[in-house]
Design a protein around this ligand. Structure first.
Ligand code: ADP
Ligand code: ASP
Ligand code: MG
Length: 428
């Protein structure tokens, strides 16, 4: 008997029919003799709709109340899924994040898991029940406040539970057949990857490929847990995310770890660009600026400092950060304008980031050349550039992002022979 953790995303439980379909899948897994823990996301676009509602009530909803609101989405789907499973004669019990022992820090909206104590889930399994856990939510250790872990966080709930319960498999069910060489909604000719290292998956997730929540990949790697990303709408084998390159023990036959030069292209529209104009070009100013941003709990991504304009002793510093953190970060900087001595702040949300990822880049010269040539031939102008050992990222205008993704995907011969299937979801 195996212990299987299955996570179903919002598009898999978008309506009553979807919930019944997922229930059948869960029941089949249970009846095959496995212990099953299910993590669910909110139905369809519920989380976005709740956020829209909050925005219609006030411009600045308190972070605590926003978390209260958002956790309601997963409560609805977990209870309905438990009902649908019970209707088949298999007993299922749903648990909120706090009931399931997901203990987090106290940062609303982007809480981190600091402990998992799933004793109630374990008791439920011991009784032969299916345990259903609300994704992306927890409770803060210090003051027992309800928290959420950031958009897409249900993946992390599943991985954290799988690690804490010492599960045999953690399956992430979604609306596409696995991890592709690019988002199939943008590049229909993208190819499914049969297995990928955690290292590359981390870069893809960090670069905006929302197929997996970044922290879920970090967590799985830390605990040596393989992930199987697959569709809840088909029975196709999905993508294995392997924590240790070379560890093929969990791969099905024939699915050896691929080691291509390039694993894929990711894009991200969720960032904005802040430019701090006229910063005194003396030691310590960058530290001051980024200290202020850090105190506002903002996560900076790319940074560029221009050479100082001749004779002025002043320079400009640009950086990107999640749009949702843009307002707080700008306010914090404005409050410190006098002290830091910069002249102005500009902000631009109409940007997109494109990243090319591949562990093989380390040892293959010429990758940057092909990359920049593809962008220039597609008429895409580049605003910022950053690189790591296995990634090149550029910021472009948002309206050219899709064109840029397709051009780079084609330039590296990543196109497959058949069209990828997108089974559901609105892509929101
Ligand atoms: P869920 O609701 O199941 O969590 P998400 O919307 O969070 O689903 O993630 C699945 C979506 O991720 C897909 O529908 C696809 O549009 C998008 N996606 C982005 N990059 C990739 C990629 N490289 N491979 C597959 N899907 C991707
Ligand atoms: N429902 C949450 C979201 O839409 C969490 C998740 O789906 O993983 O972000
Ligand atoms: Mg998701």
């Amino acid at each position: 008997m195996a212990l299987i953790v299955q996570k179903y995303g919002g598009s898999s439980v978008a309506d009553a029919a979807g919930i019944k379909r997922v229930a059948e899948r869960v029941v089949a897994t249970r009846k095959a003799g496995n212990d099953v823990v299910v993590v669910v996301s909110a139905m369809g676009d519920t989380t976005d709709e709740l956020l829209d509602l909050a925005a219609a009530v006030t411009e600045q909803p308190p972070a605590r109340e926003l978390d209260m609101l958002m956790t309601a989405g997963e409560r609805i789907s977990m209870a309905l899924l438990a009902m649908a499973i019970n209707a088949t004669g298999v007993v299922a019990q749903s648990f909120t994040g706090s009931q399931a022992g997901m203990i987090t820090d106290g940062i609303h909206g982007r809480a981190r898991i600091i402990d998992v104590d799933p004793h109630r889930v374990r008791t439920s399994l011991d009784k032969g029940h299916v345990a259903i856990v609300a994704g992306f939510q927890g409770m803060s250790r210090n003051d027992q406040e309800i928290t959420t872990m950031g958009r897409g966080g249900s993946d992390t709930t599943a991985v954290a539970l799988a690690a804490a319960l010492d599960a045999d498999v953690c399956e992430i069910y979604t609306d596409v057949d696995g991890v592709y060489t690019a988002d199939p909604r943008v590049v229909p000719s993208a190819k499914k990857i049969s297995s990928i290292s955690s290292e590359e998956m981390l870069e893809l997730a960090a670069s905006g490929a929302k197929i997996l929540h970044l922290r879920s990949v970090e967590y799985a790697r830390r605990f040596g847990l393989p992930l199987h990303v697959r569709s809840s709408f088909s029975d196709h084998e999905g993508t294995w995310v392997i924590p240790q390159p070379g560890d093929k023990t969990t791969l099905s036959e024939g699915a050896a770890l691929e080691q291509p030069i390039i694993s894929g292209v990711a894009h991200d529209r969720s960032e904005g660009k802040v430019t701090v104009i006229g910063v005194p070009d003396i030691p310590g100013k960058a530290a001051e600026i980024f200290g202020i941003i850090a105190a506002a709990h903002s996560n900076i991504d790319m940074i560029v400092q221009n050479i100082s304009t001749q004779g002025t002793g002043k320079t400009d510093i640009s950086f990107t950060l999640p749009v949702v953190e843009g307002a707080d970060a700008r306010q914090a900087l404005k409050n410190a304008q006098q002290q830091v001595g910069f002249e102005d702040i500009l902000y631009d949300e109409n940007i997109g980031k494109l990243s090319l990822i591949g562990a093989g880049m380390r040892s293959h010269p010429g990758v940057s050349y092909i990359f920049f040539k593809a962008l220039s031939e597609a008429g895409v102008n580049i605003d910022l550039i950053s690189t790591s050992e296995i990634r090149i990222s550029v910021v472009t205008r948002a309206d050219l992002l899709d064109t840029a993704v397709r051009a780079v995907h084609r330039a590296f011969d990543l196109d497959g022979t058949e069209e990828a299937t997108v089974y559901g979801g609105t892509g929101r």
